[in-house]
Design a protein. Sequence first.
Length: 249
Amino acid sequence: MNKQLIIGILYLIALCLPTWASAADIPTLSFSLGESDDPDAWFTGLKIIAMMTILTLAPSILIMMTSFTRILIVFAFLRQAMGTQQSPPNQVLVGLALFLTIFIMMPVWEKIDTNALTPYLNEEIKQSVAIDRAIEPISSFMLKQTREDDLILFLGAAKIDKPEKAEDIPLHVLIPSFVISELRTAFEIGFLIYIPFVILDMVVASVLMSMGMMMLPPVMISLPLKIILFVLVDGWHLITANLLASFKM
């Protein structure tokens, strides 16, 4: 009887949903480019569309043009080397990497705010000048972290002569060069992180084999040893300090 009553109530709610939806005063939001003989109106509308597109690409810009990539990859290597499965969870690692990125990139963003954003909002400079000034500190940051070999690779692929000044390198060459340089650096740091944990795994496995405990998984013994070793040497402090040092802060 109770099941029939519940089914009947759900059926009545399903019948009433279209009526409630049509009676509700739900606001609508639309965006369109109407007919206009003024070219400036069309240009303004196109700029709004371009800005909305840039906002959708903001996560990719954050990952590709900041220190986020290196930090997150190093943390992923650390978790794999320790063998702690999903601890710390992905949300914690991504959040920590994000806040470290904000800390590292803060001088760059302060320059952008001082030299580009504030003068543009005060109508002291034009939009094109503001964009050029905003790109300059980001390019300077990426150049400091990019290897010359990677720059030469993409300059050659783009058939662009090597400029006299590094600041003259276009963004479409600088960004991929910066990304693969960051990947190389992150893998180098990850390799150095792996070494002590691999040595500990080998020692534990050798001791267990010498004692005839071949059926006992070495991970059961090495995992708590890795955790206590990492805590005793203040591992998070060391990893963070070396990450900051790798960015030449």
